[in-house]
Design a protein around this ligand. Structure first.
Ligand code: NDP
Length: 419
């Protein structure tokens, strides 16, 4: 019996909300609140009558702490699930703190305006000190640790797939398979085809920023940075086949480097087809990926936001996407003095997801773990005061719920490794 306030009503939220409605025992009531209330109302209408969960909706600008506080005070939720954008992480955390309510999200903080001089000064100092140049990092949210602890509330960071499930796979490998993990390769493969020359599987702005940035990996206690797409490997993914994959910077590397004692190397690879990369390079070369506003015929526009308006809405890809995703982690290390390698992964079929909840597998693989993380917090199975990354909790109940809610996983004890 719990009450969840869900902020955002895009691709990921749509799946998380469907899944909450499949778990009415935990989520007896949910409130869907977002910038565009009509989307929340449409989803409520679609789901009502199919679930015992009582659904209400609200309009909120999650950039404004005072609006969030007013909504939380009037709805009185047990927890807030943030599936809006990373730009809203800090305002939502701030509101949760003020109202003493638990917080869950799927992506770490990133500023909307990377030209903001105040943010830029802190960013540049962090680039020098930490050694990676991604616009997003955990320092902003980790800075809330003491205040959440004092308030006696939980912030669960990164309850999507990657970060999220991949981080829980790591905690599970540490708990059940290894005395010492030496290396982690996180492999994110989307073998799906939506038939468009170019589209992104989740929010285009967030996706294109991530993919066009420098790559980086963690090795022997420090970051090694690469040019974008500099490191390429081929991998034969179970149930998907041979794909090209490229090394990217990814946020869970930062927390896993802290939370996996003695780990020597952590890398993240994502698959991309040539057409995607060619389009992206072209858009970047002409300035369409820029986040800096320009003046166009007397009106200020941000090129990447304009591009977003032109691209297909990720939430609309569901009916046309066929194929499978395969996301997981290869671990090497030692158990009882012996060398060991395992690969834990999930395979998810785009069309199966569409049949079940009306969306493609990328939103599905993020929305399911968002619901699971929220359920474990609301049910107090995961209950620690402070700000925590998901691998800091007991992985077992989460792994059980993955099997139960549509993301079954496999442990391969003799996998192909990545050079
Ligand atoms: P979408 O763009 O589809 O949805 C974002 C939603 O947030 C929209 O409903 C939008 O409203 C709403 N929103 C944006 N700004 C505000 C605001 N100021 N106030 C209130 N609501 C707002 O994004 P996705 O669903 O694809 O992604 C959601 C989150 O999931 C992102 O943080 C993304 O980074 C994360 N993610 C995490 C992954 C993981 O594996 N960990 C993988 C994929 C995504 P409107 O409808 O009006 O535009």
């Amino acid at each position: 019996m719990g009450r969840l306030l869900i902020i955002g009503c895009g691709g990921v939220a749509g799946v998380a909300i469907h899944k909450c409605c499949q778990n009415s025992k935990t989520f007896s009531e949910i409130c869907i609140a977002s910038r565009t209330k009509a989307k929340c109302d449409a989803l409520k209408e679609k789901l009502e009558g199919t679930t015992d969960t009582k659904i209400t909706t609200a309009q909120v600008d999650a950039d404004k702490v005072e609006e969030l506080v007013a909504l939380i005070r009037s709805y009185q939720p047990d927890a807030v699930l943030n599936v809006a954008l990373p730009y809203q992480d800090l305002t939502i955390m701030e509101a949760c703190l003020e109202c003493k309510v638990d917080y869950i999200d799927t992506a770490n903080y990133e500023p909307e305006d990377t030209d903001d001089p105040e943010w830029r000064a802190i960013y540049e100092k962090r680039c020098k000190e930490a050694g990676f140049t991604a616009y997003f990092d955990y320092s902003w949210q980790w800075a809330y640790r003491e205040r959440f602890k004092e308030a006696g509330i939980t912030a669960l960071l990164g309850s999507g797939f990657d970060p999220g499930v991949t981080s829980v796979f790591t905690a599970y490998a540490m708990k059940h398979y290894f005395d010492q993990i030496d290396t982690i390769d996180i492999l994110d493969c989307n073998g799906g085809d939506h038939g468009y020359p170019f589209a992104t599987n989740f929010n285009p702005e967030i996706n294109l920023r991530e993919v066009s940035a420098n790559g980086s990996y963690w090795e022997n206690g420090h970051w090694v940075e690469t040019e974008p797409m500099e490191i390429k490997r081929e991998y034969n993914f179970p149930q998907v086949g041979e794909k090209d994959m490229y090394l990217l910077h990814h946020e869970e590397i930062e927390s896993l480097a802290k939370n996996v004692p003695g780990v020597k190397r952590i890398r993240f690879f994502m698959t991309f087809g040539q057409s995607y990369l060619t389009h992206m390079k072209c858009l970047e070369n002409v300035g369409m990926l820029s986040t800096s506003p320009i003046n166009y015929e007397g009106r200020e526009i941000v090129p990447i936001q304009f591009l977003k308006a032109l691209l297909p809405d990720p939430a609309s890809l569901g009916p046309r996407t066929v194929g499978k995703t395969n996301i997981g982690c290869i671990f090497t290390g030692k158990k009882d003095g012996k060398e060991k390698t395992i690969y834990i992964y999930n395979v998810c079929d785009h069309q199966e997801c569409y049949k079940e909840v009306g969306s493609q597998a990328i939103s599905y693989t993020t929305g399911v773990p968002a619901m699971i993380g929220a359920a474990l917090v609301v049910d107090k199975v995961w209950d620690k005061d402070g700000v925590f990354n998901i691998e800091e909790f007991d992985p077992d109940p989460f792994m059980d719920m993955l099997n139960q809610y549509g993301l079954p996983w496999v442990v391969d004890e003799d996998p192909q490794i990545v050079e």
